[in-house]
Design a protein around this ligand. Sequence first.
Ligand code: HEC
Length: 101
Amino acid sequence: MKRALFVAAFGLAAAAPAFADLALATSKNCMSCHAVDRKILGPSFKEIAAKYKDNKGAADTLATKIIKGGSGVWGAVSMPANNQVSEADAKKLAAWVLSTK
Ligand code: HEC
């Protein structure tokens, strides 16, 4: 029974990559400060996607900022470093954030 559930959940994640990346963002604690479509402590991921839509280097810049943190772009609150995020996961998360527009 457990195994069937796992297979079903995995199938869903594979069929919907956006869902898988939301799960990754949730597991890395991003969603305690961000939401896809509204501001919490940090800007919404849709706002971020809109801001960088014409910026070709944005995925790399944002991947670095996701790991190291950053400040001064969106307001007075800064994002602390997210040292639990690997470079590969940061790239996935940056690409996903940019795809939410
Ligand atoms: C403690 C709260 C907090 C957490 C946890 C957090 N963020 Fe942020 N994030 C912020 C704030 C605040 C900003 C705005 C910083 C600024 O103005 O430069 C921000 C900005 C960003 C930006 C835009 C950076 C820019 O230069 O425009 C991205 C992308 C981002 N966060 C992604 C993530 C991801 C992915 C995670 C999970 C690994 C995450 N954040 C975790 C608070 C947080």
